[in-house]
Design a protein around this ligand. Structure first.
Ligand code: IDP
Ligand code: MG
Length: 154
């Protein structure tokens, strides 16, 4: 099963949306294997957003992302990275389709509620960046039998 990192960003925490966002991933059938609250440090953010460090909006992005704590989650499922990205929608909230998290809750290109890993490769790196091994939990969930068919369970 694949893993993906989700960050419920400061705008969502400020707007009391964390529970609703978490519920959407649970309802989809993704398994939460790690979750915590953390005030993201600018040093970590520089790594996490290294692809944006030369953009004119970077300083503002860092300020926003380190303004109050975020909620970080690792979810597991078949093709979890792609499934989560589809649920989240494109970066610009105004372009995101209704039904997606950004499409339902954001009208901004910065304050767009969640971060989601964009490939299996970056998911692995991001999970390592934000979670210690012992913060990730392997466990059997009762609903597993009802979420996947027999041939999907690997
Ligand atoms: P993604 O979150 O959809 O993967 P990225 O291009 O990786 O999009 O950008 C990371 C984050 O940087 C975005 O989610 C958003 O918060 C912020 N961001 C991206 N583009 C802009 C912009 O043009 N202005 C302000 N913030 C931006
Ligand atoms: Mg990205």
């Amino acid at each position: 099963m694949e893993r993906s990192l989700i960050i419920i960003k400061p705008d969502a925490v400020n707007r009391d949306m964390a529970g609703r966002i978490i519920a959407r991933f649970e309802e989809k059938g993704l398994k939460i294997i790690g979750m915590k609250m953390e005030l993201l440090h600018p040093v970590k953010l520089k790594e996490h957003y290294s692809h944006l460090k030369d953009k004119p909006f970077y300083a503002e992005l860092e300020k926003f992302m380190s303004s109050i704590p975020s909620i970080l989650m690792v979810v597991e499922g078949k093709q979890a990275v792609e499934v989560v990205r589809k649920m989240v929608g494109p970066t610009q909230g105004r372009d995101a389709n209704p039904g997606t998290i950004r499409g339902d809750f954001s009208v901004s290109n910065q304050s767009n509620i969640v971060h989601a890993s964009d490939s299996a490769d970056s998911a692995e790196k991001e999970i390592e960046r934000f979670f210690r091994k012992e913060e990730l939990h392997e466990y059997k969930k009762m609903n597993f039998e009802w979420i996947y068919s027999k041939d999907e369970k690997n």
